[in-house]
Write a protein that binds this ligand. Structure first.
Ligand SMILES: *[C@@H]1O[C@H](CO)[C@@H](O)[C@H](O)[C@H]1NC(C)=O
Ligand SMILES: *[C@@H]1O[C@H](CO)[C@@H](O)[C@H](O)[C@H]1NC(C)=O
Ligand SMILES: *[C@@H]1O[C@H](CO)[C@@H](O)[C@H](O)[C@H]1NC(C)=O
Ligand SMILES: *[C@@H]1O[C@H](CO)[C@@H](O)[C@H](O)[C@H]1NC(C)=O
Ligand SMILES: *[C@@H]1O[C@H](CO)[C@@H](O)[C@H](O)[C@H]1NC(C)=O
Ligand SMILES: *[C@@H]1O[C@H](CO)[C@@H](O)[C@H](O)[C@H]1NC(C)=O
Length: 420
């Protein structure tokens, strides 16, 4: 062996040096230039890409201050609720990033799938959430398929649902459209090209806050380690909805998967092969999280807000104010304008397109009552009776009661104070 201890030391030093430089470079390339940069960003985004964020004031990396999780279940009104956060100019909003993790695991080899347990998947979910809350979007590359090349991808799930990913500095071409009233989904896929994840990370750092929506975490207890992580200041908005409405909405949206249910709804006869397990576990998970929240464990202290979608739909302005008070942010003009435009039926027709959450929110919240047969409703009430009771959703006992929309099924109740 020719290699003396001096050489070894030199090599170690050199490699440390390289690592140090690499870390410095990454930090520099990702550093957010100024606190609350979104204000100066909107003023300067016509400037060159990076200077755009804020002139000379290069301050050290500042991690986002608020870490917001919109914790929901499929078809519970989470797209609508997510918009309340997405519209805020200081929030970097990501729509269901865990989709990629689930896909990666689902498409893995059968050997991995056999050994994969719930714990491993939840661990991967939490890892990704933590990395996104600290604005490391490169971490997504572990899961996105096909694998991004040079940090560029065209496969980012529902990229257009995130305003920050359609506006400067991520997408300079979107500057004018992003400042307009048009929904991002109408123009972003055409204008913005592939997504540069380095730019996305930079944009994230330039905002003060990160909000993530997910429907893939089963129970709030699965988030405990994140609430206890000293690097984060997590605020969980737990969005719930009447399970009968969730079912009706899923039947409309996923008609293939719910074919048996649709036959049941149309014929009035329950097919033997109808799958009752999905709605049952939805109710069970929702209930478990609500119970955990209402028990007020120390690890959730000040971090948990329960929101019934119906309350938000009937009273968007007040509920949105409550949500913003809970996360500790101002409800910016853009948010207020969005609410005004999207919560009654008097909106211009340009908003009526596929991705739109534009509707009379009050009407959509109740439409399930005209869409489900009484027989189905009775079955769901039986499967979910405890969940309905704890959330204050009244059961109906006849078809007439079900269809009578002047008879409200949502009990007025304050489920909990905003802070506790
Ligand atoms: C996973 O497999 C399904 C079915 O083969 C395919 O449609 C989907 O695109 C795959 N997803 C990813 C992320 O590769
Ligand atoms: C992605 O953005 C970064 C930061 O602006 C830039 O350095 C890099 O060249 C971009 N990547 C590509 C492939 O354009
Ligand atoms: C729609 O506009 C009309 C006339 O401006 C008004 O009378 C009506 O109350 C509005 N409806 C809603 C749901 O806001
Ligand atoms: C159930 O049936 C009713 C009337 O037959 C129909 O109006 C409704 O759209 C159906 N619901 C679903 C979810 O398909
Ligand atoms: C729900 O149903 C179960 C079994 O039928 C019953 O034991 C329980 O008391 C019911 N809960 C409520 C809140 O009605
Ligand atoms: C509908 O419900 C309202 C309020 O509970 C009630 O006053 C009314 O009589 C009901 N209508 C019918 C047709 O049952």
């Amino acid at each position: 062996m020719e290699c003396s201890w001096k050489t070894v030391l030199l090599l170690v030093c050199a490699s440390l040096g390289v690592q140090y430089t690499a870390i410095r470079t990454l930090r520099d390339s990702l550093s957010g230039p100024c606190q609350g940069a979104y204000r100066c960003q909107t003023r300067h985004y016509k400037d060159s890409r990076w200077r755009a964020l804020c002139d000379d004031s290069w301050v050290p990396i500042e991690s986002p201050h608020k870490h917001i999780l919109l914790f929901a279940t499929t078809r519970s009104g989470s797209s609508f609720t997510g918009q309340l956060l997405n519209q805020h100019p200081g929030i970097f909003y990501v729509f269901e990033p865990l989709y990629h993790v689930q896909q990666a695991f689902t498409n893995s080899s059968s050997r991995l799938r056999r050994t994969l347990d719930r714990r491993a998947l939840l661990g991967a979910y939490r890892d990704l959430l933590l990395n996104l809350y600290t604005c490391d979007l490169h971490f997504m590359e572990n899961y996105i398929r096909p694998e991004p090349q040079e940090h560029i991808t065209s496969s980012f799930f529902r990229r257009s649902s995130s305003h920050a990913l359609c506006s400067p500095p991520v997408c300079l071409e979107g500057a004018d459209a992003a400042a307009s009233d048009l929904p991002d989904e109408t123009w972003c896929p055409k204008k913005c090209g592939a997504l540069n994840l380095t730019l996305a990370s930079m944009s994230c750092l330039s905002k003060g806050h990160v909000a993530i929506k997910t429907v893939r975490v089963p129970e709030v207890g699965d988030l405990r380690t994140l609430t206890e992580d000293p690097r984060l200041d997590l605020r969980i908005i737990h969005l719930v909805r009447d399970p009968r409405a969730i079912l009706a909405s899923r039947m409309m949206a996923f008609s293939d998967q719910f074919r048996a249910w649709k036959i049941w709804n149309a014929t009035g006869r329950q097919p033997r092969y109808v799958d009752l397990s999905q709605i049952t576990s939805t109710c069970k998970d929702m209930m478990a999280s609500v119970i955990t929240g209402l028990q007020r464990p120390a690890w959730l202290h000040g971090r948990y807000l329960l929101v019934r979608y119906e309350d938000l739909a009937f009273n968007p302005k007040d509920k949105a104010t409550e949500i913003y008070r809970f996360v500790g942010l101002e409800m910016e003009d853009r948010v207020q304008m969005w609410i005004a435009k999207n919560t009654n039926s008097n909106v211009s027709s340009e908003w009526n397109y596929r991705y739109s959450t534009t509707r009379d929110s009050r009407v959509t919240a109740e439409s399930w009552r005209l869409r489900l047969s009484f027989d189905i409703v009775r079955t769901v009430q039986h499967l979910c009776n405890d969940t309905l009771a704890v959330l204050g959703y009244k059961q109906v006992h006849s078809a007439a009661e079900l269809r009578n929309l002047s008879h409200s099924l949502v009990e007025h109740r304050t489920l909990q104070p905003v802070t506790w």
